[in-house]
Design a protein around this ligand. Structure first.
Ligand SMILES: [Mg+2]
Length: 189
């Protein structure tokens, strides 16, 4: 049997531009818990794990972009944050490809903290993502502003603080993250 053909011309040196769905964490992938510092308080949105698996199946990267000022405020530590993420990832069936967080106190000006785009730009560099083919899903105006400024399409979910931010100018407003993912997959088909 011949070996599998490989593309000529060094194409393998340039991985295809990826596409991603960026997710806010608190109030979007999991129920809102003020400054969630313990795995025992983590409750994933029902159906989110299956929906994330479906996105992956269709070639999307699933990436968390989250402000965690509770670290900067001294309410909990970076390892508490990691423990919460690990529990969420377990409840979601491991469907998260990467997570970026900003620990800074809101009084510290930083382009990483949403509505800044710093974390999204890091993810774009790390994973060769095309923002124009990507989406941001979140429950606050800062999520929508950050995603839009990075060049992504945006979806506001009405879980978490979503009801308060209905008029933030998102491309779509839907009940929860499973509906948001259905919107993306329908747009893609
Ligand atoms: Mg949120």
């Amino acid at each position: 049997m011949p070996e599998s053909p490989r593309k000529a011309g060094g194409q393998d040196d340039h991985p295809p531009i990826a596409r991603a769905v960026f997710f806010d964490r608190d109030g979007t992938l999991m129920h809102e818990e003020d400054y969630c510092s313990e795995p025992a308080r983590v409750r994933a949105i029902p159906g989110a794990g299956e929906a994330l698996a479906s996105l992956r199946h269709h070639g999307w990267l699933n990436i968390i972009i989250t402000n965690q000022s509770g670290i900067g405020r001294g309410y909990f530590t970076g390892s508490d944050y990691e423990a919460v993420n690990a529990e969420l990832s377990r409840q979601l069936g491991g469907g998260i490809d990467a997570a970026y967080h900003c620990a800074d106190h809101p009084d510290i000006p930083t382009p990483r903290r949403k509505p800044g785009t710093g974390m999204i730009e890091e993810a774009i560099r790390d994973h060769q993502i095309d923002p124009k083919r990507s989406w941001f899903i979140g429950d606050k105006d800062i999520d929508i502003a950050s995603g839009r400024a990075a060049g992504c399409r945006t979806i506001l979910v009405l879980t978490g603080y979503g009801e308060k931010h209905r008029n933030c100018g998102a491309d779509f407003v839907v009940p929860d993250v499973t509906a948001a993912i259905s919107t993306i997959l329908a747009d893609d088909s």
